[in-house]
Design a protein around this ligand. Structure first.
Ligand SMILES: *Cc1c(COP(=O)(O)O)cnc(C)c1O
Length: 394
């Protein structure tokens, strides 16, 4: 998954171009920037690559989620359906918007399931935060149909699936609004950065304004701009955008390398008894940043996870017990711990997040291990890895 593995002269050149010829603020300053617009250039390239009308670059994937929610009109008291297997930002963004996260079950795609979503819908539900976890996608046709039927905003968090697609359409471009992260360990990186993509005029207009204190970005005099809405500062700098631009040019090659590396390991592991793989609704669209497999029981999974470490197979994640990606391990979220009182603390009929019950998700996650697919592996390293994996299962 990590684009940082292949930094080269291309990234340095883009950053140097900003330092030597351009300016580090993404808007205005026309006289000193000599026609350098790295953020705008990356946005145009994202539109083309993702097949959308609009892309707005901003400071992080978390900022993208918060911006997408606000821009789509999700706010105080609205319920947003979210998976228990995700990154904390999915939940934090909803809470900071004044909205109410409602956890629903995942399935073997490791994403929200259509049945899980249906079961969680109430009259207050306004949106589904569909997280395409670990490089691959949810059952988008079924989920889109449910959102359409119930008039819900479909937000696709494609932060971990940049470059993936579903039936030929880029992940992130299928719902009303999509979010990407370009943080330092993602498929491509800006250092810190993210993007909101959409085909919806209103969502785009709200997005670029919301991330820059409501500025309308019309004309070339910042001081004369009007502010149709309030917002915050989630701007990206030109330095970050320059890095991202060089990385985005490498995205197709990154995905091709990941797919090649993953297919070798997956083919070898298919021969191991008891190993099954995560369900991928459109295998051709897998971004292949991870190889995720399941074992028959929790006990076996704990044992294999230890054996993999012992045999030197690095980059394996047993999410069920680690602190990163599962609600069960997030005491601070369960107890809504915050330095200050938040809107959700005033909502008396909010769910009790210490009592969230998702047995289907627990069953799946207790038997699931994900292996990070690296770009920098040599053929020998991949063969060695396959040998080590076989030994771990022996
Ligand atoms: C990384 C990530 C985010 C947040 O992105 P940042 O750029 O680190 O703020 C959100 N959602 C998911 C699923 C992620 O993996």
């Amino acid at each position: 998954m990590p684009g940082f593995e292949i930094f080269g002269p291309e990234e340095k050149q883009e950053i140097a171009d900003v330092m030597e010829n351009g300016f580090i603020f993404r808007y205005n300053f026309d006289p000193v920037r000599n026609g350098r617009w790295k953020a705008k250039e990356m946005e145009a390239m994202l539109c083309e690559k993702m097949g959308v009308k609009y892309a707005h670059l901003l400071s992080s994937g978390t900022a993208a989620l918060q911006t997408a929610l606000a821009a789509a009109g999700i706010g105080a008291g609205d319920e947003v359906i979210v998976p228990p297997f995700t990154f904390v930002a999915s939940v934090e963004a909803i809470i900071m918007a004044g909205a109410v996260p409602v956890f629903a079950e995942i399935d073997e795609t490791l994403c929200l399931s259509p049945e899980g979503i249906e079961a969680a819908i109430t009259p207050k539900t306004k949106a589904v935060n569909l997280v395409h976890m670990c490089g691959s996608m949810a059952k988008l046709d079924e989920i889109k149909a449910i959102c359409d039927k119930h008039n819900l905003v479909l937000l696709e968090d494609a932060c971990q699936a940049v470059g993936g697609s579903y039936k030929g359409q880029a992940l992130g471009s299928i719902g009303h609004v999509g979010c990407f992260s370009f943080d330092s360990v993602k498929t491509i990186t800006c250092g810190e950065g993210g993007a909101v993509i959409t085909n919806d005029d209103t969502i785009y207009q709200h997005s670029h304004k919301f991330t820059d204190h409501g500025h309308d970005h019309e004309g070339n005099d910042r001081g004369a701009e009007s502010h149709p809405i309030m917002g915050l500062n989630f701007r990206i700098s030109e330095l970050n955008a320059a890095l991202g631009l060089a990385q985005l040019r490498k995205l197709d090659d990154i995905i091709a390398t990941q797919r090649k590396n993953k297919s070798l390991i997956k083919a070898a592991m298919s021969e191991i008894e008891g190993v099954t793989f995560r369900e991928i609704p459109d295998p051709e669209g897998d971004s292949a940043g991870f190889l995720t497999f399941m074992l028959p029981t929790e006990e076996k999974t704990i044992e294999i996870n230890k054996c993999l470490a012992k045999e030197g197979v690095d980059g394996c994640f047993y999410w069920y017990v680690n602190n990163w990606h599962y609600l069960k391990n997030w005491d601070h979220i369960q107890n809504l711990r915050s330095p200050a009182r938040l809107p959700i603390h005033l909502i008396e009929d909010r769910p009790d997040y210490t009592q969230v019950n998702t047995p289907k998700s627990d069953d799946i996650m207790s038997r699931t291990i994900s292996m990070l697919i690296k770009l920098s592996w040599t053929e020998e390293e991949i063969q060695q890895r396959i040998e080590n994996i076989k030994r771990a299962f022996a």
